[in-house]
Design a protein around this ligand. Structure first.
Ligand code: F6P
Length: 500
């Protein structure tokens, strides 16, 4: 039997204890499982992680050479084995191999220079930034601008990802083509949706007689030669390394609209917050390593308790895009069926990530969380300081509700009437930021990245490729180029009916 199999067996043999019993049996539970890093409190005490489970998960991590793989990640070794690449996102935060860090710094200096040029009105009086990109080339910048940019007032930024023309149309109605800068974000610079959207923005500018629309385009890409071929002048290309994965790229030039809207100082704080989490992840022992403990929680519910999903609720309107961001990060990274060596995984991999905002979600989906038959580990994310001018009652009510939900899920309530009874013993993790600023958001996102990596290590999979997205793209292209003969009757009939 392999060491990893033995570790899983030991985990399976660990007796299940209820949450309330765990609090009784482990008097130091709260202090051990509630920990702070980079201005963020992580409270895992309302999960079923017992001291015994933590020890056994630590053994599993060791059996999978967690420390070695983590070192390899930060050393810039080829951890993305199927594509023969490193994963250089920590280097963007100054936490990687010296040559990768130096290269990232060079790219950041170029970004900064571009921001200075825009501010100096080299492109004319720009007020509107239209960022087109999709997946990792949109979700990160969108999250940053939405979370932190509400009062920035520097530029009005729109992030458009969907190829559905309705998305661009909505922006065209409010932006002035004469005052718009087009930012085309694509790691590969070949993504169909992004290239089509970018061309449509150029046409919109041309129709308004913008002088030389191509001079109003900035490219963010790891394939600068493709951007040049597409017609963008080299001086307006902000490159980043091929070894920064799309869903890990907001720290690179893909974060450009956020750096522009929020200011360079805020962007640097974002990187510094992430670097603080990098250092913690690299150095903390398993029992206090926050991303690793979060991964233990994920593995426990998914593999040992059969939970198919995990839910994230941001009790903060500014983080309303966090669940969508995490969906790509977690599901595109770890939604795999084979290990890094190509052998099949013999259990579930990434849970389905879903979520929403509190308190809205309480009035929509929480019924299932409290009384449904499925186990759903819940994560609450909130900030102590509000960011609005309204009466304190708003923030107080928001936070009181957040904490009440975690307590209710755990405690449950007996009732003579089964319809009104709450089984309880339902787990939640609470992540509480002192306040939501660039530094803390950087640390929070880096926490999620490392948790995803730690999960991958325990599953033995490569979190840095995404071949699963390719087949559908290829088929879409072949429908356009080769027609529909080779498809099934249903697909042919749908195409004939909708597209003729
Ligand atoms: O289709 C998935 C994907 O490859 C993501 O991994 C990536 O973030 C997104 O498409 C966009 O790709 P690109 O940045 O190359 O346009």
């Amino acid at each position: 039997m392999t060491e990893a199999k033995a570790a899983w067996n030991a985990l399976r043999d660990t007796p299940a204890t209820s949450l309330t019993e765990l609090f009784t049996n482990e008097p130091d539970r709260l202090s051990r499982l509630s920990m702070e890093e980079a201005g963020i409190l992580f409270d895992f005490s309302k999960t079923h992680l017992s001291a015994a489970l933590i020890d056994r998960f630590a053994a599993l991590a060791e059996a999978n050479d967690f420390a070695g793989r983590r070192d390899a990640l930060f050393a810039g070794a080829v951890v993305n084995v199927t594509e023969g690449r490193a994963a250089e996102h920590p280097a963007e935060r100054g936490q990687g191999a010296p040559d990768s860090v130096a290269r990232a710094r060079g790219f950041h200096a170029r970004m900064r220079g571009m921001i200075d040029a825009i501010e100096a009105e080299v492109f004319g009086p720009i007020r509107h930034i239209l960022h087109v990109g999709i997946g990792g080339s949109a979700l990160g910048p969108d999250l940053l601008v939405d979370a932190l940019g509400r009062d920035a007032g520097r530029y009005d930024v729109a992030v458009v990802s969907n190829v559905d023309g309705a998305a661009l149309d909505a922006v065209f109605r409010r932006f002035d083509p004469q005052a718009t800068l087009l930012v085309v974000a694509s790691k590969t610079f070949t993504t169909t949706e992004t290239m089509l959207n970018a061309r449509s923005v150029l046409s919109w500018m041309e129709e308004d007689n913008v002088e030389d629309p191509y001079s109003r385009v900035i490219a963010l890409t790891a394939s600068p030669e493709k951007a040049v071929e597409w017609g963008i002048d080299e001086t307006r290309i902000l490159p980043f390394s091929e070894s920064v994965g799309g869903r890990y790229s907001l720290w690179s030039s893909i974060g450009f609209p956020a750096a522009l809207a929020l200011g360079w100082d805020a962007f640097e704080e974002l990187l510094e917050g992430a670097a603080a989490m990098d250092r913690h992840f690299r150095l903390a022992p398993p029992s206090t390593n926050i991303p690793l403990l979060a991964a233990f929680v994920d593995q426990y519910y998914s593999v040992l308790r059969g939970a198919e999903t995990r839910a994230v609720f941001a009790y903060d309107e500014r983080l309303r895009l966090l669940p969508a961001y995490l969906q790509q990060l977690e599901m595109e990274s770890n939604g795999k069926g084979v290990k890094a060596d190509g052998s099949p995984v013999d259990g579930p991999t990434a849970a389905i990530t879903w979520g929403g905002v509190g308190t809205d979600a309480q009035h929509a989906v929480f019924q299932l969380l409290h009384q449904g038959t499925r186990l759903v580990p819940v994560e609450f994310v909130a900030a102590i300081e509000p960011d609005h001018v309204l009466d304190d009652a708003h923030h107080r009510t928001l936070l009181v509700n957040c904490f009440a939900q975690g307590a209710a899920l755990m405690a449950g309530r007996d009732n003579g009437d089964p319809a009104r009874a709450y089984p309880g013993d339902r787990p939640s993790t609470t992540i509480l930021l002192d306040r939501l600023d660039a530094r803390r958001l950087g640390a929070l996102i880096a926490f999620y990245e490392h948790r995803t990596f730690a999960n991958a290590v325990m599953l033995g999979i490569n979190p840095f490729d995404q071949f699963g997205v390719e087949l559908g793209k290829e088929i879409a292209k072949s429908i356009e180029s080769e027609g529909t003969e080779r498809f099934d009757p249903s697909t042919r009939a749908l195409i004939a009916r909708a597209l003729g």
